[in-house]
Ligand binder design. Structure first.
Ligand SMILES: C[S@@+](CC[C@H](N)C(=O)[O-])C[C@H]1O[C@@H](n2cnc3c(N)ncnc32)[C@H](O)[C@@H]1O
Length: 274
C-alpha cells in the first residue's frame, strides 16, 4: 500500500475521532481542500503525519480549536463581488418591498462583513426597518468579531470603492465611527443583525426566510453535503423566496435545479418556484 493511501486511512480515523469527541462531522467536506487544511495544521503543529494529530486533538481542546480555525476559511470582505450585491438590489429588493416584514439568513457569514454590507444597502432602500437579518456560522471566534462590528480601518478605501460598485448611494463612512485604527458600525445596523452559532452539517431549519444567502461555503462541501444543505435551505425558504450562492457555486446539478428559477446564473441568484 502506498504511503498516500495510508495517510487517507489516517485522515478517516482522525475525522471519526473528531466526530465522536466534539460532534463535528467533516466527513463530507471536499477531500482535496480538507487535505490541504490538515497539511497546513501539521506544519503549524510541527508534526509529520495525520495520525499524530489524533491524540493531540482528542486530549487537547485547544488543538481541536486550531483545527477548526484552519478548516473554517474565514476569508471575506465588505461587498465581496459588488456585482452580486447590485444584483440583489435590482432583482430582489423590489420584491422584498412588497412585504410588511421579511427575514434574511446569511449562512456561513464568517466575520460578518457580508451581513453589514447588505444591511447598509437595505437602509438606503428604506427597507431596513422591515428586515430581520440572521447571520450564522459554526466558528465562534468569527462570530465574536461579527457581533462587535469592529473592523480594520486599513481597508476603508477598498471598501468604499466596492460599496459604490454595489450600488451604494451615499458615503460608506456614514455608517461607522472611527476608533483609532478600527471602524465600528452604527448600532442601528448591529441591532438589525442577530449573529448566532449554527452548524450547517447538523443543525436545523431557520423558518420562513424570504432570502437565504450562503456564499463561498459550498466550495468546501462534497456533492452529498451540498444537497443536504440545499434541502435544509429549501425547507427554510418561503414560496417565491430567494436563494443566493457564491459566484463559483450553482444549483444547476443539484436536487433543487427544477424547484428554482435562475434570476442570474452569473451571480448565482435563484427564486423558488412555489
Ligand atoms: C470563505 S467563508 C465565506 C464568508 C462569506 N459568506 C463570504 O462569502 O464572504 C466560509 C465560511 O463558512 C463557514 N462554514 C464552513 N462550514 C460550516 C458549517 N458546517 N456550518 C456553518 N458555517 C460553516 C466557515 O466558518 C467560514 O466562516
Amino acid at each position: 500500500m502506498e504511503l498516500t493511501e495510508i495517510a487517507e486511512i489516517e485522515i478517516d480515523i482522525l475525522l471519526d475521532a473528531i466526530r465522536r469527541r466534539y460532534d463535528y462531522d467533516f466527513s463530507h467536506y471536499a477531500r482535496s481542500s480538507l487535505k490541504r487544511r490538515i497539511t497546513g495544521l501539521l506544519i503549524k503543529e510541527k508534526l509529520d503525519m495525520p495520525y499524530q494529530l489524533i491524540p493531540r486533538i482528542l486530549y487537547d481542546e485547544q488543538v481541536f480549536n486550531r483545527f477548526l480555525s484552519e478548516l473554517s476559511v474565514t476569508v471575506t470582505e465588505m461587498y465581496r463581488d459588488p456585482e452580486f450585491f447590485l444584483g440583489l438590489v435590482e432583482s430582489i429588493f423590489p420584491v422584498l418591498d412588497t412585504y410588511p416584514y421579511f427575514k434574511i439568513w446569511h449562512a456561513g457569514c464568517a466575520t460578518g462583513e457580508e451581513a453589514y454590507s447588505l444591511a447598509i444597502l437595505l437602509k438606503e432602500a428604506g427597507l431596513l426597518n422591515r428586515a430581520k437579518i440572521y447571520a450564522t456560522d459554526y466558528n465562534n471566534k468569527s462570530l465574536d468579531i461579527a457581533k462587535k462590528g469592529l473592523y480594520n480601518a486599513g481597508n476603508i478605501e477598498a471598501n468604499n470603492k466596492s460599496y459604490l460598485k454595489a450600488g451604494g448611494k451615499q458615503c460608506f463612512s456614514d455608517y461607522y465611527t472611527k476608533q483609532y485604527d478600527a471602524i465600528k458600525f452604527d448600532d442601528e445596523l448591529r441591532n438589525t443583525i442577530t449573529f448566532a452559532y449554527h452548524n450547517l452539517v447538523k443543525d436545523g431549519v431557520f423558518g420562513e426566510m424570504n432570502l437565504i444567502i450562503c456564499r463561498n461555503v459550498f466550495i468546501y462541501f462534497d456533492n452529498e453535503l451540498q444537497n443536504d444543505v440545499l434541502r435544509l435551505f429549501n425547507e427554510s425558504i418561503i414560496n417565491k423566496g430567494f436563494l443566493c450562492l457564491g459566484n463559483k457555486e450553482t444549483i444547476r446539478f443539484s436536487i433543487l435545479k427544477d424547484k428554482y428559477d435562475p434570476l442570474s446564473e452569473r451571480n448565482s441568484i435563484y427564486r423558488k418556484k412555489y
